[in-house]
Design a protein around this ligand. Structure first.
Ligand SMILES: C[S@@+](CC[C@H](N)C(=O)[O-])C[C@H]1O[C@@H](n2cnc3c(N)ncnc32)[C@H](O)[C@@H]1O
Length: 351
């Protein structure tokens, strides 16, 4: 198992490859990455035979920014006979640990979408073959991934259930709430799914908490806070949806989000201002230094070039500031499914 397969946003293969190469090298699991622009997939091939498996053990999936999902396996299964795809796949499965469950996948591209019919159709026979050959083990810590790259080519591999994305292909399948004033609402909802374990939502996203939303209009993110029962100061020169103002939980400040200061500290700061990422990160650092929030979710729009380097630079700068705080702090970034040319940051201060 020397192939680590990584799903990413189409167009972000270089960032994904730069990230895995840097982390694998730091973990002394050497290899090289293979990418194809727009394929939404990166392969990291390790020099050591079980290097990909070692990476799954050594790296924390939560720390990866540009990787949506990952799994480790052997080289691709090529030249499959369309009348018998099962035989070569079952043969390849012999070298993998028995999984508790399995998913079929494609890449998040138009080519991938065209293959989803095949993937679906193949599911029945594949499941029956797994059952018949006793290849599933409910107690196993592994999930099997079967990714169709073409009608004749597939990738097989495993991912640890507790160190991978909980969504197939790393795509958060969330429904757009009809009452929310914008589609951007799903970015904040997905961020919470990613950064906050489900069993902690009641405590960390509790009703009666107070929040500030910078760059709030028309109110998709404010809507999420209000839905949790929070009271929100929404900062934006643009108008907020009337339905939110009618909730009685929202105060609108039509001022510049970069100069707004809260009268007292809040539980939640969220920020979706579309501006230079360094400027937004600097402002979030200022809020953190003043201990004005307990948790923050913020978006950083990415530049056209050097996107990976820019995120790492801003992450480093923020860390320097968080390290000097009198309390423990956590910082992480993720390019969420609902993010476009941007990444989402999360800070938690243990005040
Ligand atoms: C992507 S939209 C926010 C969408 C919002 N999160 C939602 O879910 O509906 C970006 C917003 O940032 C606001 N904005 C841009 N610069 C700002 C600034 N300096 N202060 C406050 N808001 C700003 C814009 O007016 C715009 O409404």
């Amino acid at each position: 198992m020397n192939h680590l397969y990584l799903h990413c946003r189409p167009g972000f293969e270089k960032e994904c490859a730069a990230e895995i190469t840097e982390l694998a090298t730091a973990a002394e699991i050497f290899g090289y990455s293979k990418t194809k622009e727009g394929q939404a997939l990166v392969t990291y091939v390790t020099h050591e035979q079980d290097g990909a498996l070692q990476l799954l053990n050594k790296l924390s999936f939560k720390r990866l920014i540009f990787v949506r999902q990952w799994f480790a396996g052997p080289a691709p299964v090529n030249n499959m006979d369309p009348t018998d795809r099962l035989s070569p796949l079952l043969q390849a499965l012999k070298d993998l640990p028995r999984p508790a469950e399995w998913w079929t996948e494609t890449c998040d591209t138009n080519d991938g979408k065209a293959l989803s019919g095949l993937a679906k159709k193949f599911s029945g026979p594949f499941e029956r073959a797994l059952q018949k050959n006793r290849l599933l083990d409910k107690k196993s810590p592994w999930r099997l991934h079967l990714l169709f790259l073409a009608g004749t080519t597939a990738l097989l591999g495993v991912a640890p259930l507790n160190n991978s994305a909980a969504w197939s292909m790393g795509i958060a399948r969330l429904r757009q709430p009809s009452a929310a004033p914008s589609r951007a609402t799903l970015k904040l909802e997905e961020a919470w799914h990613h950064f906050i374990p489900a069993e902690q939502w009641e405590e960390r996203l509790a009703g009666s908490m107070r929040g500030v939303d910078l760059g709030a209009a028309p109110g998709g993110w404010t809507w999420q806070l209000v839905k949790r029962g929070m009271f929100v100061e929404a900062v934006d020169n643009g108008p907020m949806a009337q339905s939110l103002m009618d909730s009685g939980q929202v105060t609108h400040h039509a001022v510049d989000g970069f100069v707004f200061e809260p009268k007292r500290s809040v539980h939640w700061l969220v920020c979706d201002i579309a501006d230079k990422p360094a400027r937004v990160a600097n402002m979030i650092g200022h809020w953190a230094e003043n201990l004005w929030f307990e948790e923050a979710v913020f978006n950083l729009k990415l530049p056209m070039k050097q996107r990976y380097a820019e995120v790492k630079k801003l992450e480093q700068r923020l860390w320097e500031r968080l390290k000097s705080l009198p309390c423990k702090a956590e910082l992480s970034f993720k390019q969420l499914y609902h993010d476009r040319e941007e990444v989402t940051g999360h800070i938690r201060l243990y005040r």
